[in-house]
Design a protein around this ligand. Structure first.
Ligand code: AMP
Ligand code: MG
Length: 425
């Protein structure tokens, strides 16, 4: 690597890097899916109510619908019909004086209904002699009319949902408004390539000096967990020509390429140059974060000769497994969210540090794996995990959050409240 290349690795701040990866995302493309397929997908644009909710005046109680202007005087009331919550089973003739209709929760109230008396506050007086109608008495006055008015929850045309990852309750809301299909954003197609002569496929025999490729499966899983389509394209040796070829092919067929390894300043770190040969223009290389400093980000060079797909982007993540994971969490995730049309922000929990966290150098923002729990006071606490550097994947597997030390901060005292950044769903 030449001296120029070495100086080229910068120390960009995380906020600036986040802005760049977010801005680089092309606008999402919408597609319609059946509601049953929409769980976990991102709603494209706003969804508006298609009907009034509820669609008719309905009873909030099992009881008797009556026409009294006063709050349910005792009666006796003559029961002249039944309104049940079944389409076509509602009483449609108007209530006469002294009449009431037996009604079920959710059923349409008859015309002229002033209120519904709950069944618990009624008493049967047997049947009247003439037409054989049941007679009832109301034992307590209702405070409210117990009617849910048409359109009380929503009026047709009102905003139902804004862009979000659709959860079960959103699907319920859309269904209640008559949606059989919903417009969601197309899944981003992510390709993953691991680089390094030392890498062996999990499952293969391990030769001396070799390690299993854990970043490939991990990155593909992270992309999948973000709602993307993820394809692992394999392991490529530390050879610039082979890398450039593999990258060009990947960029031809996918929206985002995630490469692990080969982005630092070692003699075999050919990834940035190989990405450039594959049509990627560097946006940044090097961040003021630990772990993850040599992270590379670039987008398809406009009008470049290489076949990279319009709007394609590539991340080069440092190969140490914790660096790879953290780099994805901090930056790739924000880029993928922007591509799917989401304004994403990390989720934090304020928690009390259960042990001192300190470091020797404060030049970069540091992210340390930690585990949330409950302190003796019953409030959230967070314990930094024993962590021997960025190759220690086991510390990360035990963690459910990351604690940030901002640049310049060398100590976070035990007992202090910190923002723990969640890294598990
Ligand atoms: P590199 O970023 O290529 O210099 O790699 C840094 C360290 O991470 C080296 O110790 C590599 O062996 C290790 N490493 C690189 N790629 C992977 C991978 N795909 N899976 C697990 N460890 C890796
Ligand atoms: Mg390497």
């Amino acid at each position: 690597m030449s001296e120029t290349d070495r100086r080229d690795i910068g120390q960009l701040g995380l906020d600036e890097a986040l802005r760049l990866v977010t801005e680089a995302a092309p606008p999402p493309v919408a597609e319609a899916v059946a509601l049953g397929e929409a769980l976990g997908r991102v709603l494209a644009g706003e969804a508006r109510a298609r009907v009034d909710q509820p669609p008719f005046d309905k009873s909030a109680m099992d009881g008797f619908a009556h026409a009294s202007a006063l709050p349910s005087p005792a009666g006796p009331w003559r029961v002249t019909g039944l309104s049940a919550a079944r389409a076509g089973k509602s009483e449609r003739s108007a209530l006469g004086s002294g009449e009431c209709v037996r009604i079920m929760t959710g059923a349409m109230v008859p015309p002229g209904t002033a209120g519904v008396q709950r069944v618990e506050w009624t008493e049967s007086l047997g049947t009247d002699g003439g037409e054989g109608n049941e007679l009832v008495r109301f034992t307590q006055a209702e405070k409210w009319d117990n009617i849910i008015r048409r359109g009380e929850n929503q009026r047709e045309g009102e905003l139902l949902l804004s862009p979000r990852i659709l959860g079960p309750q959103d699907i319920g809301l859309l269904a209640s408004s008559g949606y059989a299909e919903v417009a969601v954003t197309r899944r981003t197609r992510v390709a993953v390539i691991s680089t390094g002569d030392e890498l062996a496929a999990p499952g293969a025999a391990l030769q001396e000096g070799a390690i299993y490729d854990s970043n490939g499966p991990q990155l593909a899983a992270q992309a999948l967990a973000c709602g993307c389509e993820a394809s692992f394209l394999g392991r490529v040796r530390d050879d610039e020509d082979s890398l450039a070829l593999a990258f060009a092919e990947a960029l031809d067929g996918f929206d985002v390429l995630l490469v692990s390894g080969g982005v630092s300043m070692g003699d075999f770190d050919h990834v940035p140059r190989a990405l450039s040969r594959a049509g990627i223009e560097r946006i940044f290389h090097g961040l003021a974060i630990r772990p993850g400093k040599p992270l590379f980000f670039g987008t398809r060079r406009p009008g470049g000769r290489a076949a990279a797909r319009a709007g394609a982007a590539a991340f080069g993540l440092p190969g140490n497994p914790v660096s790879t994971f953290v780099g994805f969490e901090l930056l790739v995730r924000a880029h993928l969210a922007a591509r799917s049309g989401l304004r994403w922000a990390p989720r934090f929990v304020g928690a009390r540090l259960s042990a001192l966290l300190e470091r020797k150098e404060g030049d970069r923002a540091q992210f340390s794996p930690a585990l949330l729990g409950t302190g003796p006071d019953g409030l959230p606490s967070v314990r930094p995990l024993e962590y021997g550097g960025s190759s220690m994947l086991s510390a990360l597997a035990d963690a459910d959050c990351l604690i940030t030390m901002a640049p310049g901060v060398l100590r976070l005292e035990e007992g202090r409240i910190v923002n723990a950044r969640l890294v598990r769903p």
